[in-house]
Design a protein around this ligand. Structure first.
Ligand SMILES: NC(=O)C1=CN([C@@H]2O[C@H](COP(=O)(O)OP(=O)(O)OC[C@H]3O[C@@H](n4cnc5c(N)ncnc54)[C@H](O)[C@@H]3O)[C@@H](O)[C@H]2O)[C@@H](O)CC1
Ligand SMILES: Nc1ncnc2c1ncn2[C@@H]1O[C@H](COP(=O)(O)OP(=O)(O)O)[C@@H](O)[C@H]1O
Ligand SMILES: [Mg+2]
Length: 282
């Protein structure tokens, strides 16, 4: 394998499009987050809040009924649409045409949720981020990936990646298999871990921000929100995938001085997004 390209601050500054002073929420991107199930509504909260705090104008979150009050109280800025089922998602219906969708955090793998995911993938045309249980469901139904838009971003951690591509015997085999997967399904794979690599066909990009403080519950859920927000704002997937992981890592680099590794939690990613964006201003 060729050595990876490094995702540097200089490159990210070039990718970053500062907000136009004449913009309004209606053209700043409407993102949809589809997330959560009973006991994991927190995943929907984290993904939705990070989505809104990464610059898109509107966020609508689709959750099972049990999450309604939690979400509305946690983030009044986010609109919610609820499933007909109480505890998990069974029928995804969106009263809008989104500019991007992030699906998967905390949705679980109930049969009804699997069917809802399939039906959603069949009709969805918006740029897409697939994470967590959406990946776990798809790993048992790989042909569903033929339904997703080209350059859909998948964000597996190493266990989820293993479910998708099978076991590997060496690091180089892991990369070979992920490159082959990205080429076969025409998707971008963000291989999350202590080192995060973005695989776009046979190009491999290594992120240079972030630290071990990110090894905390919900950290990946916030990445899904950030990536979905960038797609909704019109960043092309090939740029959003690099920009999102860089921003996510940068929040932890900024926060570390105050939180240390131990007390950093996923909400600190959200809290530091503003400083992360400010540090990119030219
Ligand atoms: N507050 C919430 O509602 C939260 C909900 N979450 C959701 O909970 C569901 C289960 O997610 P999990 O990822 O915990 O479960 P998984 O079973 O998918 O993955 C966890 C397993 O993978 C292993 N693993 C190996 N390498 C890893 C790596 N580099 N990074 C992470 N894990 C690695 C872990 O040791 C563990 O055994 C997902 O839908 C997720 O979105 C989590 O994000 C935690 C927070
Ligand atoms: N040691 C580490 N150093 C840097 N980043 C890390 C480390 N551990 C985890 N991360 C990052 O934290 C996030 C964890 O995502 P994930 O495992 O999906 O969490 P969750 O499902 O709990 O939200 C990923 O972006 C990953 O790259
Ligand atoms: Mg995760």
């Amino acid at each position: 394998m060729k050595s990876p390209y490094l995702i540097t601050k200089e490159e990210i500054v070039r990718i970053y499009k500062p907000v136009n002073p004449h913009t309004h929420k209606g053209i700043q991107g409407h993102a949809v987050i589809i997330a959560g199930s009973y006991g994991k509504i927190g995943a929907a909260v984290l993904a939705s809040k990070s989505c809104l705090k990464s610059g898109c104008g509107l966020v609508t979150t689709f959750i099972p009924k049990c999450g309604y009050q939690i979400l509305q109280i946690s983030i009044p800025e986010v609109m919610t649409v609820t499933d007909e089922s109480i505890n998990f998602i069974t029928n995804i219906h969106l009263p809008l045409i989104p500019q991007a969708v992030g699906i998967g955090p905390g949705i679980g793998k109930e049969l009804g949720t699997q069917k809802a995911l399939f039906e959603f993938l069949r009709v969805n045309k918006a740029p897409l981020v697939l994470d967590a249980d959406a990946l776990n469901i798809i790993s048992e139904n790989l042909s569903w990936l033929e339904l997703v838009p080209e350059d859909t971003i998948l964000t597996p951690h190493s266990k989820e990646l293993e479910r998708l591509i099978g076991k590997w015997n060496s690091e180089s085999e892991k990369f070979q298999k992920t490159i082959a997967f990205s080429e076969k399904y025409k998707v971008i794979v963000v291989m999350k871990g202590a080192r995060t690599f973005t695989i776009n066909r046979n190009s491999v990009y290594e992120n240079t921000s972030g630290n071990a403080a990110l090894a905390t519950a919900g950290s990946g859920d916030t990445l899904t929100g950030i990536l979905t927000s960038l797609l909704a704002q019109g960043y092309e997937p090939k740029y959003a995938s690099k920009f999102g992981v860089y921003l996510h890592g940068l929040t932890a680099d900024i926060a570390l001085r105050k939180t240390g590794y131990e007390s950093f939690i996923a909400s600190d990613i959200i809290k530091n997004l503003g400083k992360a964006f400010l540090s990119l201003e030219k």
